[in-house]
Each structure stands twice: as structure tokens, then as C-alpha cells.
Design a protein around this ligand. Sequence first.
Ligand SMILES: [Zn+2]
Length: 97
Amino acid sequence: MDAPGSTELPVPYAGQFIDADVVCRCCSYNLRGLYPEGRCPECGTPVGISLQGDLLRFAEPAWVEILARGIRFILWGIAHVCQFEVWYVLELRGYPL
Ligand SMILES: [Zn+2]
């Protein structure tokens, strides 16, 4: 069991070799027959990373920050369009701000 507050993620199938077709997240090498504690023979990425799934919590933090920046930009754009629409409707009805 992990210590409280530990940021270390558990490696699925620890101690057992991989008996299914799982591709490396970085180079798409088939990791079947390797141990989760090992590294991809093609690119050196830890095998356990490819077993974690596609959830954002397992993604590279720099990439998640780029996604967050894009979402903030989209929300900022939506807010400004809404603000313009309110201003435009009020101007049409003769209620200047
Ligand atoms: Zn690889």
C-alpha cells in the first residue's frame, strides 16, 4: 500500500508479464511478453505508463497544461461573444450602456 500523500501511481499487473497486445504510448511497439516494471525496448519509456490507460491523470503534465490553456482561451472567447451579443441587443432596443 502506498504511503499517504504519495504521488507514485501503482503499476497494473506488477510482477506478471503482459499477456495481451498493448502498444507503447510513445512508439507503438507491442509490449506483449514484457514485465510492467521494465522499459520499452524501442524507445526506453517505462512499460507501466502504457498500462495506465488514457485518462488525463496519467498524461504528461506539460501536455495537460496546454489543454487547459486552450480551454481557457475558448471560454474567454465565448464570454466575449456573449458580452457583445448583450451589448448589441441593448443597442438595438435603445438602451445604451
Ligand atoms: Zn516505446
